[in-house]
Structures are given as C-alpha cells and as structure tokens.
Ligand binder design. Sequence first.
Ligand code: NAD
Ligand code: MG
Length: 388
Amino acid sequence: MMAIERLTILGSTGSIGVQTLDIVRRHPERFKISSLVAHSRWRELAAQAREFGVESVVIGDESHYAELKEALKDTTIEVMAGNEAINHVARSYRSDTVVNALVGYAGLHPTALAIESGKRIALANKETLVVGGDIIMAEARRKGVDIMPIDSEHSAIMQCLEGEQRRSIRNLIITCSGGALRDTARENLANVTPEMALRHPQWSMGAKITIDSATLVNKGFEVIEARWLFDIEPERIKVVIHPQSIVHSMVEFTDGSVKAQLGNADMHTPISYALLYPERAAEAMEHFSILDYPTLTFAAPDREKYPALDIAYECLHRGGTAACTMNGANEVAVASFLGHKCGYLDIVGAIRYALDNASFTKHPTLADYDLANREARMLAERYLTQKR
Ligand code: NAD
Ligand code: MG
C-alpha cells in the first residue's frame, strides 16, 4: 500500500492543469491535492477546489481575490492571492510533489522554491529550464529532488533511457509536428494571423505554446530543456519533423540501435507517467492502434523558414542569460501577436533584436535572470513599437 501523495498544482485551470486533474480523479487512493493555483479564472478554480477538497487555493491576479473568497466562504479552504502566495504554496510543507503547469517566466521561481524545500517536481513549465536549466538542475541534484518532465518529447526520451547507461547514448532525436504553419510557404508567413497560427494540427494546448509551436520557438525551447534535463551537449540533440505526432521522440545509442516511444497525441500519457513513475496507469484514456497509422514520415526541418530553431542552439552556445533573453522577448512578442498588435515575423524579429542588444551575464543567479527577463521584455517592446 502506497502512502497518499500530496500534490500542489500550479496552473490548474490551464490545458495541462485540467488534464492533470483528470489523472488525479482516476487515482483517489494515490493522490490528495493540497493546493491549486490559477491566474484569473476564479470560478473554475473554486469548482476544482470544492471537487478535490483542497486545503488552499491561490489566485495569481489579486483583483479576483474577493470573488474567490466569497465563492468559497461556506468551506474551510484557505484563499490567498498574488505571487508571494504562489511562492508560499510552492514551498509549503503540506505537499510532496509540485506539478508546475504555469506558463512562461512566472514558473521559474516557484520551481526553484519547491526544489529548495525538497519537493518532487512534475514539470510542464519548460520555461523554467529554458531560462535557468543550469542552476535548476544543479540545485535539484544537490537536494536529491527528481524532476519528472511532462513535455511529451522529454517524457518519451526518459522512457527510452530507462535501464540504459549514459555512455551508450549517441543522440537524442526530438520529433516536431511542424506546427500550424508547416504547409504555409515561407513567402506567405508575413500574412499569417493569430487565428491561422492557433490551428495546431495535432495537439490542443494553451495559446502561448500553440504559437510557439508555429514559430518552432517551442522546439528550440525543447532542445534547451533536453540539454539540461538529460545533461547532454547541444550537438547531440537533433530535431526531425514528424507530422503525425505518433513517435514522441527517440534515442540513438552507440551500437546503432534506436529506441522510440509511440502513442496517441494525448498529454494524459506523459502526465500520468510523470505522476505515477515507476508505475504506469492501469488504463489508458484511449487505446493506441498502430494500424491507424500505416504511414509515419520524417523530414529535416526547414531552418530558413524557422530561424528560431538555430537561435535556440545559439543561446545554448552562448550560455549565461542568452536563453532567458530569448524567452522574455518571445513572451512579449507572442502576447502582442495574439492581440493583433504585430505580425508573425515580428516574433522572431523581436527575439533577434533583444539578443543583439541585451546585456549578458555569463554566470547568472536567479536574481540576474529577473533582470535579464525584464531587460528582454523592454527590448522586445521597443522593437515592436518601432515596427508599428
Ligand atoms: P495554459 O495557458 O492553458 O494554462 C496556464 C495555467 O497557468 C492557467 O491555469 C493559468 O491560470 C496559469 N497561469 C499562467 N500565468 C500565471 C501567473 N502569472 N500566475 C498564476 N497562474 C498563472 O497553458 P498550458 O498549455 O497548460 O501550458 C502550461 C505549461 O506547460 C507551459 O509551459 C507549456 O509550454 C507547457 N506544455 C504544455 C503542453 C500542452 O499540451 N498544453 C504540452 C507540453 C508542455
Ligand atoms: Mg512538447
């Protein structure tokens, strides 16, 4: 009989958060939720809090505190608001595992605090590792804390590496659907609207990562994420386009053998792997039939159409705050693009501008990342204002 594991879920109203709750719902004997955190959707948060009988909830946007408090007034659930409260539940002694499904830079400090207080991390927030992978992984090793990836590619690689020795790894091969614009010609990219870029062919996800998938910023981020998670040199991390999204990633070994992990394009599988490891869920949400996919295809990415991929490798080679700068500029530009305030090509334009103009710190602390993030956001704003 396993002890009940107490979870804190950061970003419970989002795409990953809601699917995490599906897994928890199926394993009441295994999990109990201590805290739930969301940004602004207080009604959903209140309903989740009641259903799972949590101890506390945090609404990031403090302007919804009163409504949330009112909605839960007949319960004993503690209601909090703001970033300090998010940090508080991330390190609270009342949980064993923190599922970080926040989006963007906002995920970095909660991950760092959860590690510092010795919690197991189930990590969807890839920006944590994009920005601070070096110190986050070092701190996790020092604390003896496991970081379980929720990102499907990294979950696939982790599954391929089970039982293998480090020295046998030749390359990691990350697959990429190609995003919403994979069939759009390079000359037509300037006219792409948010609506077009949001139509992801395979995965239904939050808006920010869907745009990141269309620019391949997401794939670049996943290369950076893999570099830190698996402690492997950037040159040995390859990206291949695989439009069917059935092979979730692969590992090539020194003897020429290649292992791949396959399955439906359904995030419930990597989420349940991260939460239940080393066990597996007894029932799949949906069975996978290889006969439904008689043709699986692979191609090299078009690096001119998708400059973000090489920019991510460039950031890895520069190290320090470079990837933090890329991430901060991207966040600003994606929000602007989603608000119809800039064009699709301005996203990579803003990243390039920020990287070319930002200051650089070779051995940053978490505080240095805050500064680099702020500077990158400011530079991206400046670039986008000049373009308007
Ligand atoms: P989403 O936008 O659907 O959800 C984000 C959640 O975080 C929401 O609950 C939102 O309320 C909360 N949130 C965002 N900013 C916050 C803040 N400042 N303070 C408090 N709460 C905040 O995003 P998502 O698609 O679920 O993605 C979450 C993370 O998982 C991202 O880092 C993404 O790259 C990663 N990821 C997602 C998928 C997917 O299938 N959706 C797959 C792989 C990785
Ligand atoms: Mg992914």
